[in-house]
Design a protein around this ligand. Structure first.
Ligand code: DC
Length: 231
């Protein structure tokens, strides 16, 4: 396995996870979804009735947090303290609370060490909000992946349909996306922003394949054709 480090940051619904998974597979790297860590904290808060202002309760959750990832048939399974929570952490309620809790500096600090371990190992595609700026500033390639809120709401609607989840009006999805963008970009602690050396990529009118191909092309220009072992 190569020791390349790729950072993919961007707002909710820009397609970071799908693209990162594809890149990891094609470039033979491991894939780390850092949003899942924040989602696990939020999930535990909900399950244990821990409020946002209960710092002691949240710290207890953070101290006991054991998260592992396992790639199974192209799906990134997330285990929280030994339990498969892959589906449970994907709800809008968990996403929104993850976004709110992620603004707490002590939460970010606790998850920092965990993320740094993955970064230091290398051979990784990490996706999140502050990977290129804070977690892995030494990354070999940084992409800031974005798309218009309308395109992201469209995609979210498609995903919900495909997954057979309860459908929501387009306007509600758009509103949720805008609210999360505001929270993630306006917070004081490590707000979502592109690193100075990140490549900005708006994929509003690009397919997943086109987005992945664009990034692989950048990687190949930097490291040569051999970087892509399986395409
Ligand atoms: O990528 P996601 O939607 O699964 O992330 C959920 C929330 O977690 C997101 O709204 C903000 C927070 N997050 C963060 O603050 N920093 C990261 N590196 C990843 C996610």
């Amino acid at each position: 396995m190569t020791k390349l480090r790729i950072a993919i940051d961007g707002p909710a619904g820009a397609g970071k996870s799908s693209v990162s998974k594809l890149l990891a597979e094609r470039l033979d790297l491991s894939y780390i979804d850092t949003g899942a860590l924040y989602r696990c904290v939020a999930f535990e808060m909900i399950m244990n009735d821990v409020a946002l202002d209960d710092e002691r309760g949240i710290r207890r959750i953070l101290a006991d947090l054991q998260i592992t990832f396992r790639m199974e048939k192209g799906k990134n399974r997330v285990f929280l303290n030994g339990r498969d929570v892959t589906a449970q952490i994907r709800t809008e309620q968990v996403g929104m609370l993850a976004s709110t809790a992620s603004a707490l500096p002590f939460v970010r600090e606790a998850l920092f060490a965990m993320q740094r371990r993955y970064a230091e190992k290398g051979g990784v595609v990490m996706e999140g909000r502050d990977i290129g700026t804070v977690i892995m500033p030494e990354a070999d390639l940084k992409i800031f992946l974005t798309a218009k809120p309308e395109s992201r709401a469209d995609r979210r609607m498609q995903d919900i349909k495909t997954a057979g989840l309860e459908e929501k009006p387009y306007e509600d999805l758009l509103e949720e996306i805008r609210r999360r963008d505001d929270q993630d970009t306006q917070r004081a602690a490590c707000p979502l922003r592109p690193a100075d050396d990140a490549v900005l990529l708006d994929n509003s009118s690009m397919s997943l394949e086109e987005t992945a191909a664009y990034i692989i092309d950048l990687a190949e220009k930097k490291w040569g054709q051999g970087v892509c072992r399986r395409s």
